[in-house]
Write a new protein. Sequence first.
Length: 67
Amino acid sequence: MNRDELKGKLDQAKGEAKQAIGHATNNDRLHDEGVVDEASGKLREGYGEARRKVGDAIEDIGEHLKR
């Protein structure tokens, strides 16, 4: 897991918490901020995962070429 994946997961958790608090306090603005935070966290996690997979593929190719 790289930094982007971790940050994405944290943003998702923060978004979920904001949504729950916004819903409990009837604060639509806070709830909406939570939706945005969760969505951006999912995007960032996906970006980090793709970046990691590309890096792993490059390492695999390098190992294969060394043989």
